[in-house]
Write a protein that binds this ligand. Structure first.
Ligand code: FMN
Length: 189
């Protein structure tokens, strides 16, 4: 069994990210390949990067960094649920990524992005550049949700459709293959 962490990137009051992440979590939870945890960056509440050393050295001085490291380190795979802010991804997510290094290395990541007509794709593309530096392996398969607000009902529940379900399932199946491959690589190090 692999450990999968789903990260909610948006942190603002009234955000929609958790509604989408709950849908992702409910689908992944049914998959026996993964033990899954939802991580909410709003709850993690990191300050702007305040470590004196490069994260590559893993010489953390702040307790919040040690806690963040302990959360991310055991993961075999990630799904990042991100909105698009001004054609990019949220600064909160960049900050959370920058805090760590080795904890991300050689692990696959699937992206679920949402937005208006763009479906958050510009944010997703930008993320791939940053993942390269962290040796996070982005999957080709992703879930892109255009006009996401149409999918959220009055009770705040995300209403999926056939295409989104298909895309999410495809991404999860790929994540299993890459989790296996990357675990083997990490063990060889
Ligand atoms: C600061 C800000 C910038 C935004 N920029 C974009 C954008 O570039 N593209 C887009 O599709 N939606 C954009 N939106 C609209 C978001 O898609 C929408 O507000 C969504 O709910 C944001 O996700 P969140 O609720 O999880 O924070 C923006 C929203 C905010 C708050």
């Amino acid at each position: 069994m692999f450990i999968l962490k789903i990260i909610i990137a948006s942190t603002r009051p009234g955000r929609k990210g958790p509604h989408i992440a709950e849908w992702v979590y409910d689908v992944v939870k049914k998959n026996e390949a993964f033990e899954t945890e939802l991580i909410d960056l709003a709850a993690i509440n990191l300050p702007f990067l305040d470590e004196p050393h490069h994260p590559r050295l893993k010489k953390y001085e702040q307790q919040h960094t040690k806690d963040w490291s302990a959360k991310i380190d055991p993961a075999d795979a990630f799904i990042i649920v991100t909105p698009e802010y001004n054609f990019g991804y949220p600064a909160t997510l960049k900050n959370a990524l920058d805090f760590l290094y080795q904890e991300w290395n050689y692990k696959p990541v699937g992206i679920v992005s949402y937005g208006g007509i763009s479906a958050g794709l510009r944010a997703a593309q930008m993320l791939r550049q940053v993942f390269a530096s962290l040796k996070l392996i982005p999957l080709a398969e992703s879930v892109s949700i255009p006009f996401f607000a149409k999918h959220i009902n009055e009770q705040g529940k995300f209403i999926t459709d056939e295409t989104l379900d298909h895309n999410l399932t495809t991404m999860i199946n790929e994540l299993i293959k890459w989790s296996e491959a990357m675990k083997a690589i990490r063990e060889k190090r």
